[in-house]
Write a protein that binds this ligand. Sequence first.
Ligand code: CU
Length: 158
Amino acid sequence: MSTSRLIVLAGLGLALGAAACRIVPVDQAAPAGWTHAYLVTPAPGSPAVLYLWVTNPTARADTVTGVRVTDADSAQVHRTTAMGGGMEHMVPVAALPVAAHDTVTLSPGGVHVMVFGMPAGLRAGDSAAVTVTFRNAGDVAGYARVITYAQVDSLVMR
Ligand SMILES: [Cu+2]
């Protein structure tokens, strides 16, 4: 995946955050939450990957402390770090800060959620129940759209 594609995705995330700030008055701001969630079906024997945008339209910083996917064994927030020479590795992120009025984009090549032990029957087009736990906003539940790896590219290029 090219760097320019990642920048496009990050730019979309920033645009979303900016739009939320303009439209929602501060005293009526929604609590922190998440949107644009896509669960990428795993290759056999591999973990699935969850991408999403974490939004914080409030005036107070918040922190993501965990993510759960219903019927999966476990899920863990990871950060991908370049090691040079084209190598990269992933480190677990126990607490992911989300500044006030900010959007954090979990996207290919950066921060993502690794999902272990997905049920085998999951197919592209299905929905997966996801709960993101925030230190201040608490549990925020919703659905991620299940897609294939091939669809990740078309998402990011749009
Ligand atoms: Cu990972």
